[in-house]
Design a protein around this ligand. Sequence first.
Ligand code: FAD
Ligand code: 2HG
Ligand code: ZN
Length: 477
Amino acid sequence: MPPAVADKVALAGFRRILGDDAVLVDRGATAPYLVDQRRLYEGKALAVLRPSTVEQVSQLLAFCHGTRIGVVPQGGNTGYCGGATPDDSGLQVVLSLGRMDRVRSIDPVNYSMVAEAGCILANLQQAALQVDRYFPLSLGSEGSCQIGGNLSTNAGGLNVVRYGMARDQLLGLEVVLADGRVLSTLGELRKDNTGYDLKSLFVGAEGTLGVISAASLKLAPRPRAQATAFVAVRNVAAAVDLLNLLRETSGDRVSSFELIPNIAIELTTRHIAGVVQPLAGEYAWCVLCELTSSRAADDLDAMLESALSDAMDGGLLEDAALAQNERQRAAFWRLRESIPAAQRLEGPSLKHDVALPIGALPRFVAQASEWIAAHFPQAVLVAYGHVGDGNLHFNVNARRGADPVAFVASADALRHHVHDLVNSLGGSISAEHGIGRLKVDELERYAPALELELMRSIKSALDPNGIMNPGKVLKAI
Ligand code: FAD
Ligand code: 2HG
Ligand code: ZN
């Protein structure tokens, strides 16, 4: 069939399954789905498909499997690696899950809920609070990212030190396979060892193995006491020592522990309205830490104050501010969560989402910073992140006045050096943002050959026609 006729046949097939309104083809309507939030990639698509039931997803995938049309699943489109953007062939379809946004059930006794893939993360947090429970996954993008996207990227965020990543919140999954069959492991059991753990394969698969249509998720007791502090630490090693001290002395109540450099305070206070300097002085490194407990009577302020006073006596800290009320706590968090936006407003940046064993962080930061200062004078290091779980966003911005083209041209050399060092220290080149399109070559460079071989075997077993998010994570087959 000539391409134009094939396109017409495909569109007629999609309209038969979804009705006209849920098949977007107009440029104006499709545009937001065709570019990633960092604007690294812009693609084209045959159509943007907006199903509202699992049966529709199943029929769409069966159709695409038969016609070999590439399918790019898309949630909130907040991903960092271009995983939800189609290529520029115009032959792929974007499958947007946003209309599948029902909480199917919620069970406070079993501490669980079943939610469709298109549920916005913040709405799930609210749904849990309404039955006096807590859904702990929390990211700066929680107002627009979706649980299907969170599971498909195995998102991390601000509470991992206590509650783990998206994978750790999962009890079961409903997945539409590439050929349209529906695999349902939507049980709500904590214990189930009946053969291979199939659901795990789809977590972090970035839409390359199937479409997540619903998930059954764990809930936790609702935090009823909390204490939050913004502290200046002597250096990165002191931050790691403080983390250990807090974990030990608080009965493991640390829920967030974020490293924030002075440059991030400078950028957020300059670019983002309402962000204020939390401490009187300027310090190279700060930490935002939070303790939480489900026991309202726990005096966490006293616990945190006493630990910080010990840390001060031990020479780990230079200054500290304990949030006195919810307004101050929100101000500390506003600063932290504004760092990505402030970085963007400052100009071009290169991002390295790396994880290391926590004890190796001081060495990594020292060696990588020294190398960047010596070899990339046009770069300003903006390294921050979830040190409580070993994940650093080791980002660099172009220095003001630097030639942006030359800066971006240095990306490969810089990235390879940073990733080589991470690799040599037993770390990961993709901690929480995934591989997407951005890091396909990096995965090939660092993953052991046997791991790549097994990944390719799994891909071809589950998606023999190679229609699921082609060219993401692994090179297209
Ligand atoms: P999308 O961007 O739409 O898609 C991401 C990938 O998942 C794509 O490969 C897509 O094809 C696939 N996908 C989406 N839905 C499905 C589905 N239902 N089935 C199969 N595949 C699917 N990430 C963190 O981990 N931690 C953070 O702290 C964090 N903070 C952020 C802060 C900001 C301001 C922003 C903009 C982003 C942040 N992110 C963070 C990145 C991003 O929000 C996460 O990766 C998030 O999990 C992506 O969800 P999404 O619904 O937007 O997915
Ligand atoms: C965060 O922790 C996000 O704020 C974004 O993961 C990190 O922009 C980044 O590099
Ligand atoms: Zn992060």
